[in-house]
Design a protein around this ligand. Sequence first.
Ligand code: NAP
Length: 157
Amino acid sequence: MQSLKQRRALVTGASAGIGAAVARRLAREGALVTLVARRKEKLELVARDCPGSECVVLDVCDAPAVDRELGKREFDVVINNAGLAIGVERLPHGDPEEWSRVVDVNVKGVLNVFHATLGAMVKRARGDAVLLGSVAGRQVYPGGTVYCATKHATRAI
Ligand SMILES: NC(=O)c1ccc[n+]([C@@H]2O[C@H](COP(=O)([O-])OP(=O)(O)OC[C@H]3O[C@@H](n4cnc5c(N)ncnc54)[C@H](OP(=O)(O)O)[C@@H]3O)[C@@H](O)[C@H]2O)c1
């Protein structure tokens, strides 16, 4: 495996869960990590464990802000991780507002982040892009309608 030392890595959804763990691990390997999420305090807590990191407080659904903030940076590694799973009701009982949030973050947010970052990688013909999928992108289960749909979309992307 190539060394990650001094590599510039982006992790979205770095304020919690898998994203925070990946950010810490990348930093341990020597990468310089850009941590993205909406909750500043949580991001800063993770940043303490990641020497050389920076925090960017950003909603991945805000396409112009994502382009503005991430488009001006160059990354060797992009971990497109921010996502959520809310709403476990069967379709007739679900909440369309919750569905919108899940689709916005898990599908449009992921597209926004790649839109802002992949161009520079392609230009340099170098870089690694990782998109967090799920078994929900391969299977479906009762109550998982919308989340599974977004993770099937993730797989397509
Ligand atoms: N946990 C699992 O068992 C599991 C299994 C398969 C796949 N996954 C996938 O792995 C990824 C991470 O899951 P997780 O369990 O670690 O989730 P989590 O603990 O709920 O963390 C989600 C992260 O995404 C960020 N986020 C959410 N909405 C955002 C937005 N609009 N803009 C920017 N950041 C946003 C949150 O930060 P803020 O709230 O601070 O913005 C947080 O850092 C997701 O894509 C999920 O679908 C998880």
